[in-house]
Every structure is written in structure tokens, then in C-alpha cells.
Write a protein that binds this ligand. Structure first.
Ligand SMILES: Cc1ncc(COP(=O)(O)O)c(C=O)c1O
Length: 466
């Protein structure tokens, strides 16, 4: 007899996606330069470890912030008792100013419209809870962050309908793709409540153009639906074109006093821009008072601890620090990005041109034994188990074309990244030198069924989308 709830037991969490399975393999055999040099290098984790030294030196210079002290006096009791789910006003003020700074002060944010959450994960789920009932759908451009299956669908009962984007135009969002997704939702008897985009995109590492943002605003205006813009990577834009927030386009296009204004919501977090995913600091920004009020009530389920808020309000209020941090961090990301893109180019692998994020969208279509999602799993398995790299297959990001992979570059040292590139080179050389091997593999794949979990993810996921 099953004593657990249907929700706890159902599969919509997405845990059996290759995205998470790659992590599991990494956990069993993690690379370490000294202790496990043959282990798996984690390239499937969008973490930013490039600027920890800047944060650590700020902490050394500002010991009060992390020691429950204000002007040398202990505020331990104040922080220990603080329970208000509206958040510390000083922290909210500092956070909205930081958000403006990242947007080059082209837009300002009102801290009364901000709801604090335990990371963007909680922010996205909370928004979904506020905007959609079970059976309602949000349209998401593909490829998208694999965690959205869990965050948007699992506990809320909402559905995701993909907006199919392809490499033919660099995975840009088009009007026809939006309309097609809308129709697909209708065919599935789902009421569309909105569109959710990540800007900059995870996994593409590209920023949305003004034209795309205008198109999205026109679409949500016509259909009378919401637009959620997850801008968690907004501070990672290291190359032109610069980041344009949906908020900027709303203002420029005079949406301020229209109903659309209230239907656009921004998600933010310090997990990527400050590299603090462990601190669990996220936020929803909405112009709709009702959404702010409902989300504030819900935020009880995922508050940010008061000690974290206190520490970060001190850090983010130090304008000299934040200015230097943001620009230095972007320089470091740019260097890493060049290292990976350049290294891959030398071994005949191209990446989608990108200007942001902590990863590259890598094209290995030419190395597939067949242009199918099973054909994508075959090299992926080799890359994880034999080459020793955990990269994320495009199918786990619901990409419509087999052969794309996301490879992260900011969660490791330069030396480790170089080793990862060398390992890939050996893999590509062996593959190119042995084309027969690919064909043999193709034949044997047909005979042998894939192990259960690989089959589950490559087949079921695609079927569900069709
Ligand atoms: C687009 C996007 N949204 C949300 C999240 C979740 O972030 P957080 O750690 O703030 O919950 C991630 C993490 O990778 C992400 O890439």
C-alpha cells in the first residue's frame, strides 16, 4: 500500500532527466586534481566561483557584517528574533538598488514591489502558484533550464508548453513560434496564462534583443496573459550587446499605464551574479499589488534567514564594492568564456555565439551517429563515463534538435577547464579517426536497448512534448 501522496510519488519533478543523472554520476566519482585525477569533471553546474576572492576580501574588511554586529555591538538577539515575512527593509532597498545598477541605472525598482524568496527556484514556483491553477499553462522558449519542470510544474500542477526555437536563427523567439505554442496549448485543452523567458538565457548564454522583448510584450498584450522574465543571469553579461531588461522596454514603449504593466513580473536571485546559491537569496518583482501581496504571504514557505539578509544588506550597500565586483566578475567570465570557446574551436567544435551566463551552448551535431535523441545519448554516455565530463544534453533542456550540449565554465579552476578541453580533444580525435566506430555503435545501439534510465529520459521526454 502506498502511503505517500500522489504529488510526492509522481514523475513531474524531472529527477530522472539526464541533467540530474549526470550530476549523480559526478557525485559518485568527482574529479580532484590530487585525490581523483581520473574522476568526472563537473561541467553541468551553472555555478560562479570566479570572484569568491572579492567577496572574501570584503568580508575580511567588514567583520561586523558576518558577526551579528552593528557598529561593534552585538545584534544577535535582534536577528535571532526577526520573523517578518516582508523582509528587512534595509536589505530590500539594497537589493533593488543593486538590480538597478546591473541595468546601468536605466530603470529603478521600488522595494515595496519586491518579494523576497529562498532563491529564484522559490520565486518561480511562487509566481506560478499566484498566476496559474492546475491545468493552466505557461509557454517557454526552448531550450530551457531543466529545473523549470520541477519549479513550475511539480507542486503547482501547472503545465509547460514549449515555444520551439531552432538553430536556424540562433534560437531566437519568433512570432510564428509563439503562435504555434499557443495553438498547441489550445489543442491540449490548456488555458495559457503566460510566457516565461530567461534573459539572459540558460542554457544559450544569449540576451534577448529589444525586438524579441517587444514581440513578447505585444504577444502578452494581445492574448491578455502574463510575462515572467527570469533575469537571474542579468549581471553576467560580459560582451555586447548589453543586457536589456523587460522593465526598460516596458517603459520605453509606454506600457507603464496599461494593463500589461501589471502582468509583467521579474525573477531575480544572487545565486549567479554574486555566486551565492547556498545563501538562497531570490526575489519576485511585480507591478501588480495583488501578486505582491499573495507572494508575500506565500514567502513564509521559503524565507531568507535574517542573518543572511543583514550580511548582504551591508555588502550590497557598499557601492564601491558592488561596482568593482560586477565589472571584475564580468571580465573574468569573458576570459573563461573565451578559453572554452577558443579551446573547442581548435578541436573543430563550435558554440552558439553568446554574450552572457556561466556556460556555452556547444554544437556537436557533426559527431552524432544519428540525428536523433538516442543518437545524442550515445556520445553523452561516452563523455560522462569514459571521457569523464558531465555536460548537459540538449534534450534535458527540451531542445528540439539533437546534438547540442550545455557546458559550464565558471565552477572550476582554469587548470581544470584546460584538462576538460584536453579530454574532449582526445574524444573528438578518436571519434573522427574512427568513423566506422560511430556506425558500428549505431547498429549495436539499435540491437541493444539502452539502460532503463537513458531510455526513459530520451524517449519519454520527447514524446511528452509532441
Ligand atoms: C534560469 C534559472 N532560474 C532559476 C534558477 C534557480 O536559481 P536559485 O539558485 O536562485 O534557486 C536557475 C539555476 O540554475 C536558473 O538557471
Amino acid at each position: 500500500m502506498n502511503l505517500l501522496s500522489k504529488k510526492a510519488m509522481c514523475n513531474s519533478h524531472g529527477q530522472d532527466s539526464s541533467y540530474f543523472l549526470g550530476w549523480e554520476e559526478y557525485e559518485k566519482n568527482p574529479y580532484d586534481e590530487i585525490r581523483n585525477p581520473k574522476g568526472i569533471i563537473q561541467m553541468g553546474l551553472a555555478e560562479n566561483q570566479l570572484s569568491f576572492d572579492l567577496l572574501e576580501s570584503w568580508l575580511t574588511q567588514n567583520p561586523d557584517a558576518a558577526a551579528f554586529k552593528r557598529n561593534g555591538d552585538s545584534i544577535f538577539r535582534e536577528l535571532a528574533l526577526f520573523q517578518d515575512y516582508h523582509g528587512l527593509p534595509a536589505f530590500k532597498d539594497a537589493l533593488v538598488q543593486f538590480m538597478s545598477e546591473i541595468r546601468l541605472n536605466k530603470v529603478s525598482f521600488d522595494s515595496n514591489k519586491l518579494v523576497l524568496t529562498a532563491g529564484a527556484t522559490s520565486a518561480n514556483e511562487t509566481l506560478m502558484f499566484c498566476l496559474a491553477d492546475p491545468g493552466h499553462a505557461f509557454l517557454l522558449p526552448t531550450p530551457y533550464y531543466p529545473g523549470f519542470d520541477r519549479d513550475l510544474k511539480w507542486r503547482t500542477g501547472a503545465e509547460i508548453v514549449p515555444i520551439q526555437c531552432t538553430s536556424s536563427n540562433g534560437f531566437r523567439i519568433t512570432e510564428s513560434a509563439l503562435e504555434e505554442a499557443y495553438k498547441e496549448a489550445e489543442r491540449r485543452n490548456l488555458r495559457v496564462k503566460g510566457v516565461l523567458v530567461t534573459n539572459p538565457s540558460n542554457p544559450l548564454g544569449t540576451t534577448l534583443t529589444k525586438k524579441e522583448l517587444q514581440l513578447l510584450l505585444t504577444f502578452v498584450s494581445t492574448k491578455q496573459i502574463h510575462l515572467i522574465s527570469d533575469e537571474i543571469y542579468s549581471g553576467t553579461v560580459f560582451n555586447s550587446p548589453k543586457f536589456v531588461s523587460v522593465m526598460e522596454v516596458l517603459i520605453e514603449n509606454n506600457y507603464m499605464y496599461t494593463d500589461v504593466w501589471d502582468r509583467v513580473h521579474i525573477v531575480y536571485s544572487l545565486s549567479k551574479d554574486l555566486g551565492l546559491p547556498g545563501f538562497r537569496v531570490g526575489a519576485i518583482y511585480s507591478n501588480d499589488d495583488r501578486v505582491v501581496s499573495a507572494a508575500t504571504k506565500m514567502s513564509s514557505f521559503g524565507l531568507i534567514s535574517s542573518q543572511t539578509q543583514y550580511l548582504l544588506s551591508a555588502l550590497l550597500s557598499d557601492k564601491k564594492f558592488t561596482k568593482n565586483y560586477v565589472s571584475e566578475n564580468q571580465k573574468r567570465l569573458k576570459k573563461r568564456h573565451e578559453m572554452l570557446v577558443g579551446g573547442l574551436k581548435q578541436i573543430g567544435i563550435r558554440c552558439l555565439e553568446s554574450n552572457a551566463g556561466l556556460f556555452c551552448w556547444v554544437d556537436i551535431r557533426h559527431l552524432l551517429s544519428s540525428n536523433t535523441f538516442d543518437g545524442e545519448m550515445e556520445p553523452w554516455k561516452k563523455i560522462v563515463f569514459e571521457v569523464g565530463l558531465n555536460i548537459s544534453p540538449g534534450s534535458s533542456c527540451h531542445c528540439t534538435e539533437p546534438g547540442w550540449f550545455r557546458a559550464c565554465f565558471a565552477n572550476m579552476s582554469e587548470d581544470t577547464l584546460n584538462i576538460a578541453i584536453q579530454r574532449l580533444k582526445a574524444f573528438v580525435d578518436s571519434r573522427v579517426n574512427n568513423k566506422d566506430d560511430i556506425q558500428n555503435q549505431q547498429r549495436s545501439n539499435k540491437k541493444k536497448s539502452f539502460s532503463k534510465w537513458v531510455f526513459r529520459l530520451s524517449f519519454n521526454e520527447r514524446q511528452r512534448e509532441r
